[in-house]
Every structure is written in C-alpha cells, then in structure tokens.
Design a protein around this ligand. Structure first.
Ligand code: NAP
Ligand code: SF4
Length: 667
C-alpha cells in the first residue's frame, strides 16, 4: 500500500513540512537537565532521519511556577535557548522540522508552589495550587510569548501551546477549576481569554508566518468540562488570534476514562477531530491511538484531519515514516499502547523508553554495532526475550539459529494478544517475525534443543521462559482446575461460574477475558466508559452504559491489599475499573482450603465459604524453565540466560526485551 495522503507535503505558515506525520509531544525525561541535551538531540535526530514531517518536543514550562516537577524543563532564558540549538540543528541536519511545546502544568505541577486559575487541588496531586493574581495571569501570558520567542531564537520551526489534557490553560477554560470573578473567569467568554491572549501575544512575539500549533481540548472527559459550543467558540477565537494549526487533545489527566492505553480502540477519538475540522479553516491534526500508517493515511484521505500526530508510535519506531514510504510497513515496530516503558516511566520519574525498542531514548547508550566476526549464535526459546535476542544478534550480522520447542513463535505474547484490548500484541509478534526473516535467522520450530544440540555455537542464549505455577492446594488435581495459559489458548470450554486464584496482572487479564462480550464495538466501548456527545453533555461525559458480563467471575488473592495494586502506573486504574464494570467479585486476604465439585473453598477473616464455580483458573504466577541452562553449566559450557528463564518472579516483557537487546549489543 502507498500512503500518498500521509506522505504529501503541507505548508503551515511559512513552513513546508515534507509530510503530514507529526511526532506528538511526549516527555522523555531528557528535557529536564542540560547534560542530557546530547541524548535528546540524538533521540530526535534519529526520528528526523526516519522521515517524520514535524517533531514536537516534550513540554517546556514558560516559568518556574509552571514546572511539572521541581527543576523540570523550562524555556525562560537565553542560555537555555542557546542549548536547544544542538537539538534543532540535529533535526535540521536530517531534513526535519521541530516545534517546541510550551506547557504550564498549573495544578498538575508536582511542587508546593504550583498555581492555577483557582486554588482547587487536583485529585491526582497532593499539592494544592494557589490562585494566580490578575497580574500573575497577565505575567504568565507574557511568559508564554517570551518562551515562544526563545524557541524561535533556538532554531525551532514552530511552537505548540499546550491547551489540553487538564494543564493550566485547560484549568482556566473549565468552570470546574476556574471560579474566578475577575477578567479571567466568571463566564465562558472570560475563561477563554487566557488562551486567546496567549496565542495573540505569542503571535506578536514570533511574527507573521511562524507556525503556532495550539493543542485544543476537544473532550475534557471530566465533570464540569467544556461544552462542544464552547470548544468550537474557542477554536474560532484561537484561529483569529493567530494560531496556524489546531491539534487534538482528549481528556484531562485526572479523567477516569482511558484515552490512549491499549484497551482504547484504535482511532477511537478521530470523530472529534472530524467535527472540529468542519468548524475551522486552519489545518487540524488528529491524535491518540493512531499507530499505523494505513489509519493515519485514511484519516487524511477521508478529510478527518490534515495532519496526524503519533507520539508513542514514533518513540517505538524512529523509522516509521521511511518504512511506510518504502512500503515496508511490515517492518514497523508498532506501538502497542502498553505504556510500560514510556508513560509508566515518565510518571515514576524515570527516563522514557519503549518496551519493544529499548534503544528509544538511549540512542547513544545501546548501539548494535556490526559484529567483528560472524559468530554462530543459538537462541533457545521463541518468546519475547528469545525473539528480541535473535533479532538483535542477527542485526549485528551474526548467524543466528532460534530453537522453539512449540509449533509457534511468541511465548507470552501469544497469550497477551488474546486479552480483549490487548490484540495489539499481535503486531509485536509480526514485527519480530519479520526481523527474523529479514536477517535470515534459522528458525527451528518444534525443536527442544538440548546441551548436545548446542555444541559448536559460539554463543548460547537461553530464553526458555516460564511455566505456570500450580500451587499445592487440596483438590488441585480436580478436573475443574485449569491453568491460565490453557484458558487463553482456548483449550478449555470454560463454564459460566469461574473462580480465579491469583490476582496479579494475569489474573486481572483473565477476569477481563472471561467476562468480556466479544461483540463489543468502539461505540459500545465509548458508551461503557460514559463518553457521550459533547453537544449534549459537557466535557463529553455521561452516565456509563452497563456492561453485560458473559460469566460470573470471582477473583481471589491471599494478600489483603486492593486487587490490581501492582499493575502499571498509567493503566492499572483502568483495568480495575473494567473489573468493576464487569461485576467481577473480588476477594482479598483469602486462604485456599480445598477445591471440589462445588468449587473453591476459602477462608477469609476466619470465616469459611465456598466460591461456587464450574472452573477454577489458576493465575498464581510462574516458575522459570531453566533445566537447559543448568545442564549447560553442569557440562562446563557458558551460556546467557534471559527473560522469564532468568527471573520469573517479575516476569515482564519489558525487562526481557531490554535484557536481550543489551546482551546482544554488549557481547
Ligand atoms: P504476578 O503478578 O506475580 O501474580 C501472581 C499472583 O499469584 C500473585 O500476586 C500472588 O498473589 C499469587 N500467588 C503466587 N504464588 C501463589 C501460590 N503458591 N498460591 C496461590 N497464589 C499464589 O504474576 P502474573 O499475574 O502471572 O503476571 C506475571 C507478570 O506479567 C507480572 O509481573 C506483570 O508484570 C506482567 N503482566 C502485567 C499486566 C498488567 O500490568 N496489566 C498484565 C499481565 C501480565 P497472592 O500471594 O496475594 O495470592
Ligand atoms: Fe508504545 Fe508500549 Fe513502546 Fe510506549 S512502551 S511506545 S506504549 S509499545
């Protein structure tokens, strides 16, 4: 397929972009300190070399009160502007264009001196902001314009003003957070004054022709959010004030509707961009859960948008655009929206990377240099760790043989892709399979390699994975007991009442799998999360439609903590919400007594009870499979062990893939 619409140039202001693919803003953690500037330059340079039309940086605060956290990125001085020249030059060297995002965190600032429109604490931040004085508001407007001027001076080709996701500008716009009675609040019109003034003064500062992208919150997805009429009115005023492009923002960070994680259907929000586009005459940019060139192209072709923003997809694959242009889309590392190494890291104050591409953000640190001599490398196990190791060694030019005892590659990925909303894992598998083909890896399916078969290889990598743990509970041999992998593979016709032992990531996923109605459409998904027409419901939020679970499921753990506590920082809450929507009963602090024809007998708080069940599904973690590794060591051979075979306790594809790629890069 050719992607002529996505790849066609577009002129915004005085700037002509070579195509309409935009790398959306995302904080990587490399923005905050000047000593990371070379890494940031290398990170963006790789994406510019990969062909993207416009890169938008992570957010830079226009003043200290706008910091995301103490000492976070800011653009306030000439010296800072000077340092950015390394970043802009690196992008320009590869024919790319780059915009700096100006973001004032407002009450999302994780600092005791944050400010907002009114002194109202955000539900996701322990710090209460103080209300900006009228003069303070005016100064903040000037600071935005000043930051834009410094960005222009640093060689940026454009700026983006962050007006969405619940940050300061959004806080001024919504009655929920703006209870001011001065010139900056009280009516919708006065609440709009802040962003309009910012755009107007920014235009004055940067002059005609310099592109100003404004990220507009199309759906706030919070109580007391903006109505659609207000959004459209604001769009008109922003356009009049001098914005060049309107980008799509969906949902405040405190919204209890997931907007970008994997369970959000692809392109779930593009209808909002299409509606905006009908209202304005400047170009609009679609965003959120757009991760393939075909979807991006389609959105431009059908008139939904003029540009398409993809942040995580360009983090995952710097060559996304070039691969699409060369019709090598099957080689793209498709972002599976897991958030595991990007946003989860950012929210934990760690540097962002990508679960599937651990080189992302570490371009200067993990380098796959050509091997000095072509080594014979054996990789045993075709799960995420083995696939990543085989692909990385082969990319270095080594001759790689991959042994997999099963009939298919994929390991835990094959299970993950069966979970509703995690179908994207199939893309990860497609990517690795293609890498093995391109680099001529000799794949031996149905072969359980033993120590003898591995004689003669220069390097042996053991990635034999894990096996589900079967706890010793009286009755564990009962025919109703099944392991989670058999359930997910569809090997068991599961009854209508199910008890799940173990409520870690997999227990939660299996509960979702067993209750989910497979006929759910994107419209149903939106309705289940209470997303309504913003013309009828302010903020686009209405009463959620009831989910109809297809089974009665009880999810049980021994710990007394809340279920799902250890799940991902940015996605765990949504997984827990789905369990609630699906009526999954949750039992913590249980002791398992017995399994029999009635079901699972447990004791909770000293009281014995029976969870009646047709099936008891065991999701009690895993144990490493490392017999081969032990045999190799016993016979005096050296080998590397990675992934679940190395550590099952925290079985996790992010660690497995990173371990594999670092090993291949270092050896
Ligand atoms: P897990 O997170 O370690 O959970 C397994 C649960 O089984 C434990 O929480 C434990 O809870 C219980 N358990 C352990 N030993 C037991 C025993 N002998 N008898 C009864 N119960 C026992 O493992 P997992 O759920 O298999 O997930 C594996 C990894 O996959 C996780 O580390 C996670 O990183 C990843 N994953 C994450 C997600 C996600 O974030 N959405 C989804 C899927 C997988 P109690 O001791 O309290 O009973
Ligand atoms: Fe996408 Fe996951 Fe990589 Fe983040 S970590 S860029 S969500 S694949």
């Amino acid at each position: 397929m050719t992607y002529d619409h996505l790849l066609s140039p577009i002129t915004i202001g005085d700037l002509t972009l070579r195509n309409r693919a935009v790398m959306g803003s995302m904080h990587t953690g490399l923005e905050d300190f000047f000593w990371d500037v070379p890494k940031l330059a290398a990170y963006f340079a790789e994406r510019a070399r990969g062909g993207v039309g416009l890169i938008i940086t992570g957010g830079y605060a226009p003043n200290k009160r706008g910091w995301l956290k103490p000492f976070a990125s800011e653009m306030t001085t000439r010296l800072q502007s000077e340092r950015h020249k390394q970043v802009t030059a690196a992008v320009h060297e590869h024919g790319g264009a780059i915009a700096m995002q100006i973001l004032h965190a407002g009450r999302y600032g994780y600092t005791p001196f944050s400010v907002s429109a009114s002194a109202i604490k955000a539900p996701i931040n322990p710090f209460k902001p103080s209300a900006l004085s009228s003069r303070g508001v005016d100064r903040t407007v000037s600071d935005f314009a000043h930051a834009a001027g410094l960005a222009k001076r640093a060689g940026y080709d454009a700026v983006e003003i962050m007006g969405s996701e619940g940050y300061l500008i959004n806080q001024f716009l919504a009655a929920r957070t703006n209870q001011r009675t001065d010139a900056w609040g009280g009516t919708a019109e006065k609440r709009m004054r802040f962003p309009v003034e910012i755009v107007r003064r920014t235009r004055e500062t940067v002059g005609e022709g310099f592109p100003i992208v404004y990220r507009l919150s199309l759906l706030d997805l919070v109580e007391g959010g903006q109505t659609w009429d207000e959004v459209v009115e604001l769009a008109h005023r922003i356009e009049e004030a001098g914005a060049t492009v309107l980008n799509t923002g969906i949902g405040w960070h405190e919204a209890r509707v997931p907007t970008i994680i994997t369970q959000v259907p692809r392109g779930a929000w593009t209808w909002t961009t299409a509606r905006l586009k009908r209202e304005v005459s400047i170009p609009v940019c679609a965003s959120n859960r757009i991760n393939t060139p075909s979807l991006a192209d389609e959105l431009i072709a059908d008139g939904t948008a003029d540009l398409v923003s993809m942040a995580r997809p360009l983090l995952a694959d710097p060559d996304f655009v070039n691969k699409a242009a060369a019709e090598r889309e099957d080689e793209i590392i498709t972002c599976i929206a897991c958030n595991q190494a990007c946003l989860d890291h950012a929210f934990k104050n760690q540097k962002a990377s990508c679960m599937l591409n651990p080189r992302a953000g570490r371009e200067t640190e993990i380098v796959l240099m050509p091997s000095l001599r072509k080594r014979q490398v054996a990789v045993v196990g075709g799960g995420p760790a083995g696939l990543a190791a085989a692909a990385a060694y082969a990319e270095r030019g080594d001759a790689v043989t991959l042994f997999e005892k099963g009939s298919e590659l994929g390991g835990q990925f094959r299970l993950a892709m069966r979970i509703p909303g995690k179908e994207e894992f199939a893309e990860a598998l497609r990517y690795f399979r293609r890498q093995l083909e391109i680099h001529h890896v000799d794949v031996r399916l149905g072969v359980a390699a033993d120590a003898a078969a591995l004689a003669g290889f220069d390097e042996v990598v053991v990635a034999t994975g894990v096996t589900p743990r079967m706890p010793s509970i009286p009755g564990i041999e009962h025919p109703s007991v099944v392991a989670y992998d058999a359930v997910l593979r569809g090997e068991v016709e599961v009854g209508s009442r199910v008890a799940i032992i173990g409520a870690g990531g997999i227990g939660v996923d299996v509960a979702h799998f067993l209750t989910h109605d497979p006929t759910e459409t994107t419209e149903d998904w939106l309705a289940h999360w209470g997303v309504g027409d913003p013309s009828a419901f302010a903020g686009g939020l209405t009463e959620p439609a009831e989910r109809k679970p297809v089974r009665e499921v009880t999810l049980i753990q021994r710990k007394t903590s809340i279920i799902g506590k250890g799940l991902g920082k940015t996605s765990g809450w949504a997984h827990r919400a789905v369990l609630k929507q699906a009526g999954v009963r949750q039992v913590s602090g249980a002791t398992y007594d017995l399994i029999d024809d009635r079901g699972l007998h447990v004791t909770v708080d000293g009281v014995r009870r029976v969870v009646e069940a047709d099936h008891v599904v065991v999701c009690a973690g895993q144990e490493s499979v490392r017999d081969l590794y032990d045999d190799l060591l016993a016979s005096g051979r050296s080998a590397h062990v990675i992934g679940g075979a190395d550590v099952a306790a925290e079985l996790d594809a992010k660690r497995a893939i990173e371990q594999a790629v670092r090993l291949a890069a270092a050896s």
